[in-house]
Write a protein that binds this ligand. Structure first.
Ligand code: BES
Ligand code: ZN
Ligand code: ZN
Length: 483
């Protein structure tokens, strides 16, 4: 897979030369009605701005009748998501007007968090998955900001976070014929070298030796062997003693297997490794920014396909820890491969394990594209994660996780069955995973938010890389608490 981050925006510091360069567009950011008076505007434009002030909405107007100069009113009250979307609006306007270089003035009137969010929104909005299209209409927008607008380390953090987010989106957007489980392993190993973390890519023989019965069962229908990908970021100055382990579902494509997805529900199932991509993106981001936190990533990867020898309904398989599972639906494959990864996680004696998975349609039906469903056994850490969710707008809602759901996945002839039944599909999937944990653990079902059908604000159609900004923020806060 070709390496390209698909970001069409560059943020640079301005120089004396750019200040006097006539071909540099100017963008004036204003936040109050008073500032409007400083610009001599036609009355229609003035009215437009005043209306936007009243409605607290953001708007952009051209200045001096010149398409290259813009006045942008930021009409958002104390909401970082509003600033992200305003950043997106500015990027989209500049791209549409084919502006090459724009000098951004007035950033300093925003507070730190607002400024960060605004620039973040611009960067995130500039992503485009266009590798497989003719490259004739590529347009790059360069944004110039002043030396004092934002501290250099914060700016570099923002740029690298947006770049790994774009990287994760691209991995999810690539279809199976561009990225299979073996190739995903190669991408992970390369990323380790680039960003500075260790990787170990286990292949089929090693997976067999480990008796990962879930991963091997799902892989039975595929010509491409599975991989089990281990990512280790262990900085010398880590503030935690036992690692945080992140587990990501890496189903490269989910046809459903013999419980075949029908009626169009297979479309988009290249997103089923979105959890794995988010784990890779998070570890790349913390390594790039050298956060002092010991984190391990585990990504079981395979596609879920059909062949003469594929897993069938009614099969009984044995997982890595000896648990037997009666397969009642081959489309509930994610929990089978994750179970082995959760068992494998025990060897790290983790302080906490978080799994991310596009696990159930039932979860997507609850959250829609707007958030993530969560369950787990450690309320305090779930609350911490919820806060990170609010900070990044990758919001979490907690699933009911009553013990009754456990009874729904008991099998008459094996230890567990892999589906619950008509009720609580997201909760029973979580309960299935819980069986394989003996440590503090949080489960995130990202089926609704990982891959979306409509572009909105800074989000494009397709992959969102949900989880990357969430977990980065969560880990960053934990570095500060333990400092
Ligand atoms: N990968 C799907 C879940 C999914 C649905 C992801 C929609 C993204 C968007 C998962 O493997 C699956 O097929 N789950 C089944 C479980 C069922 C058979 C218990 C589902 O949700 O229908
Ligand atoms: Zn499935
Ligand atoms: Zn799946």
């Amino acid at each position: 897979m070709q390496e390209n981050n698909y970001q069409n925006l560059k943020i640079q510091r301005k120089t004396k030369q750019s200040e006097s360069n006539k071909s540099v567009a100017k963008v004036y950011l204003i936040t109050t009605e008073k500032q409007i008076e400083k610009f001599s505007l036609k009355s229609v434009l003035m009215e437009k701005l005043k209306l936007a002030v009243k409605e607290k909405s953001s708007t952009i107007i051209p200045l001096f009748g010149n398409q290259q100069h813009f006045l942008m009113l930021l009409g958002i009250v104390a909401d970082e998501e509003g600033y992200r979307n305003a950043g997106a609006l500015l990027y989209q306007t500049l791209a549409k007007e084919k502006v090459n270089i724009a000098d951004l003035k007035g950033l300093k009137t925003l507070d730190d968090a607002q400024r960060f969010a605004f620039l973040e929104g611009m960067l995130l909005a500039s992503y485009q998955f266009d590798q497989h299209k003719k490259q004739e209409n590529k347009h790059l927008v360069n944004i110039l900001i002043s030396e004092t607008a934002i501290a250099e380390d914060r700016l570099q953090e923002l740029i690298s976070l947006a770049a790994v987010t774009a990287f994760a989106k691209t991995l999810v957007n690539q279809p199976l014929n561009q990225l299979n489980a073996v190739e995903f392993g190669e991408v992970i190993a390369e990323a380790g070298k680039k960003y500075g973390f260790k990787t170990e890519i286990l292949h089929k023989k090693q997976i067999e030796a480990l008796k990962m019965g879930g991963l091997l069962a799902v892989n039975k229908g595929s010509l491409t062997p599975p991989t089990f990908n281990i990512l280790i970021y262990k900085p010398k100055n880590a503030v935690n003693t036992n690692p945080l382990v992140l587990v990501g579902k890496g189903v490269m494509y989910d046809t459903g297997g013999y419980s075949l997805k029908t009626g169009g529900s297979m479309t988009g199932m290249k997103c089923d490794m979105g959890g794995g991509a988010a784990v890779l993106g998070t570890i790349a981001a913390i390594a790039a920014n050298k956060l002092p936190y010991h984190v391990v990533g585990l990504i079981p990867a395979t596609d879920n396909k059909i062949s003469a020898d594929a897993l069938v309904v009614d099969d009984i398989i044995t997982m890595m820890d000896g648990t037997t599972v009666e397969v009642q639906n081959t489309d509930a494959e994610g929990r089978l491969i994750l179970a082995d990864a959760l068992v494998y996680a025990k060897k790290y004696n983790p302080e906490l394990v978080i799994d991310l998975a596009t696990l159930t349609g039932a979860s997507a039906a609850i959250t829609g594209p707007y958030g993530i469903a969560m369950a787990g056994n450690t309320q305090q850490q779930m609350d911490e994660l919820k806060e990170a969710g609010e900070n990044t707008y990758e919001r979490l809602m907690q699933l009911p996780f009553w013990k009754e759901f456990e009874n729904l996945i008991k099998s008459d002839i094996a230890d567990l069955k892999n589906i619950g039944g008509a009720v609580g599909g997201a909760s029973t999937a979580g309960k299935f995973l819980e069986h394989f944990t003996d440590y503090d653990w949080i489960h995130l079902d990202i089926a609704g938010a990982a891959f979306i059908k409509e572009a909105k604000g800074y989000k494009q159609i397709g992959a969102t890389a949900v989880g990357v900004r969430l977990l980065y923020n969560f880990i960053q806060k934990r570095c500060q608490i333990k400092d």
